[in-house]
Each structure stands twice: as structure tokens, then as C-alpha cells.
Design a protein around this ligand. Sequence first.
Ligand code: 2DT
Length: 212
Amino acid sequence: NCHWDNSRGSLIVLEGLDRSGKTSQSNSLVSFLKGKGVPVEAWHFPDRSTTVGGMISSYLANKSQLDDRTIHLLFSANRWEKSSLMETKLKSGVTLVVDRYSYSGVAFSAAKGLDIQWCKAPEEGLIAPDLVLYLDIPPEKAAERGGYGSERYEHLDFQQKVASHYTNLHDHTWKVIDACQPAEDIEKQLRELALECISSRRDGKPLSRLWL
Ligand code: 2DT
């Protein structure tokens, strides 16, 4: 274990379709980094623990109805309400591994037919990730894995639209990982990419902001 102090933490985001393996891969990555002595926390959006998160959760469970723009803005508000804590953590040297972020926000709402620029606007100014790990799986394969729950978006035709919108969001921070590989191979690639990202933060690269 080397010294991770005197540098800010990294913002590492995992994205991908439902059933791409995102959640178990982020948990495994966090345990690995902890074992390396990296100060790290696992985060997840939507954060269902807040008042806004409660509204989102009830919408996802089909227990409440909201129009597409309203729910979009709530997802965004849910990131904004966490953004100052996020900044404090990163500046104090804690790396955050975040399961879903603004890319889910845009891809899922755009899949409903909302304008992409409109979808991106409320995300502008949120902290930009240092690294986005995209677990790439064909929607048909993800559906074959089974285990779609009863939540609103867990249908093949909708996931196909989401996948096509994710493709348009790739930028220089993205690494696309083939999510059809054995879990151990994916794990290994994520670990390498994360460690590389965390060590390069020691050069003091400042936090940047999304989409400005
Ligand atoms: P989880 O199954 O990961 O809890 O996600 N979603 C998520 C959006 O539509 N917009 C967002 O900004 C975010 C973060 C993806 C629940 C669902 O919420 C969708 C799946």
C-alpha cells in the first residue's frame, strides 16, 4: 500500500443497462480498493434515502405517476442535493465509486423521447467523473439473464432505446468494458482502470464540471 494522502479522491462512475452487472461489480471494486488502503465509499443514484429519493422510489415502483420532465428533474435534484457532500468527500481524499450518475439521467429520459439537450441542461455544473466505466451488454443478453424486477424501466424494448442513447454520451472519461465476459475478467479490468485513475489524481488535477 502506498500513500494516498495529499491528493483528492477520484470520482469513478459505473454505468450500464439493468442486469449489466453494475451493482455487484461496484461492490466488488469498493472492497478491493478498501483492501488496498484506498479511502473509498460506495454511492448509488438514485439515492432513495432523501425526500426527493422517496418520490423517485415510489415512481419507479409504479406507486405514483409523474410526467417525464418532472421525474427527470427529480433525478437531477437528487444528484444536486448530494453534490456538496460529494465535493467535500473528494477534496478530503475519499474516492467515490458511484453506481449510476447523470448518464443514466440523460439516457433513460431521452429514451422516452425527451430532447437530449433539454435532458443535459439540469446536469450542467455537477462534478464531472474522472472515470466512467461502462459495462457494455447487448440489451437482448441482459434480458436473457433474467431477474428484471417489476420496476418501470425493466423491459427489453425500453432498454434498447436506453442503450442507443448511452452510446451518444461517450467522452474521453469513458472506458467501455465488455460485460459479457466472465465476472472475474471484468473485475480485473475495473480494478486496473480504477487504480490507474486514483494514482493519477496525485498530480493534483482539479475537479471539473459536467457539460459546460
Ligand atoms: P437502480 O435500479 O440503479 O436503483 O435505478 N434512472 C436512474 C433514471 O431514469 N435517471 C437517473 O438519473 C438515474 C440515476 C435507471 C433505478 C432506475 O432509475 C433509472 C433505473
